[in-house]
Design a protein around this ligand. Structure first.
Ligand code: ATP
Length: 172
C-alpha cells in the first residue's frame, strides 16, 4: 500500500513522516528511506539536509548561495543529496518493511538518480509513505491513498496512517 501526504509548507509533513517511522520501527519492523529537514542558523533557514532513516547518515540537499542548479534562493547540492539518498533508497528497496520518502518535491527532482530510484520504489510492492510537495500532488495521488494535511487533521491522519501500516505489516 502507498500513502501520499501533502499540505501547505510547515503544516507538519516531516514531523508526521518521522513519527510514523519511529513508531513502526518500535514495533520491530525495518524502516528505510529518507527524511528532509531544514537547516537553521541564527534563527534563519539556510538550507535543507537529507537524512537516511536506517543509518542516520546526513547529506546536504540545498543551501543559500550562488550556483546551479537552483530553486529560488537555494542552490541544490545534487551530489550531497545523492550520496546519502540513493544508497538509502536502494537499501530500503532490498530490506525495508516500510519505505519513507520525505519528500517528493522540486528540489529532489533536480536529481535524475532520485527520479530513477523513486521509479523503482513505485514499481516495487513495498509499502510506502511519501510526503509530496503540493505542486506535484496530481501526479502521485492516483497511485495510492492520499491525505491533505491541515493543523486540524494532522493528529488524526497520523493515527490513521500508522494504524493502517501496522495492520498491513502484521498481516504478513
Ligand atoms: N502534530 C503536530 N503538533 C504540534 N506541532 C507540530 C505538529 N506537526 C508539526 N509541528 C510543528 O510544526 C513545525 C513544522 O513542521 P514540519 O517541519 O514537520 O512541517 P513540514 O510540513 O514538513 O514543513 P515543510 O513545508 O518545510 O516541508 C515544526 O516546528 C513542528 O514542530
Amino acid at each position: 500500500m502507498r500513502f501520499f501526504v501533502s499540505g501547505m509548507p510547515g503544516v507538519g509533513k516531516t514531523t508526521l513522516a518521522k513519527r510514523i517511522a519511529d513508531e513502526v520501527r518500535r514495533e520491530g519492523f525495518k524502516v528505510g528511506g529518507i527524511i528532509t529537514e531544514e537547516i537553521r542558523e541564527g534563527g534563519k533557514r539556510t538550507g535543507f539536509r537529507v537524512i537516511a532513516l536506517d543509518t542516520g547518515e546526513i547529506g546536504r540537499l540545498a543551501y543559500v548561495g550562488y550556483g546551479y542548479p537552483r530553486l529560488g534562493k537555494y542552490v541544490i547540492d545534487v551530489e550531497g543529496f545523492e550520496r546519502v539518498a540513493i544508497p538509502a533508497l536502494s537499501r530500503a528497496l532490498r530490506g525495508a518493511d516500510l519505505i519513507v520518502i520525505d519528500e517528493i518535491g522540486p528540489m529532489e527532482f533536480k536529481s535524475n538518480e532520485f527520479l530513477k530510484a523513486l521509479g523503482l520504489v513505485l514499481k516495487s510492492e513495498k509499502h510506502l509513505l511519501a510526503t509530496v510537495h503540493r505542486r506535484l500532488v496530481d501526479r502521485y495521488r492516483p497511485l495510492g491513498e492520499y491525505y491533505w494535511l491541515t493543523p486540524e487533521n494532522r493528529n488524526a491522519v497520523f493515527s490513521e496512517i500508522l494504524g493502517r501500516i501496522k495492520g498491513l505489516l502484521k498481516e504478513k
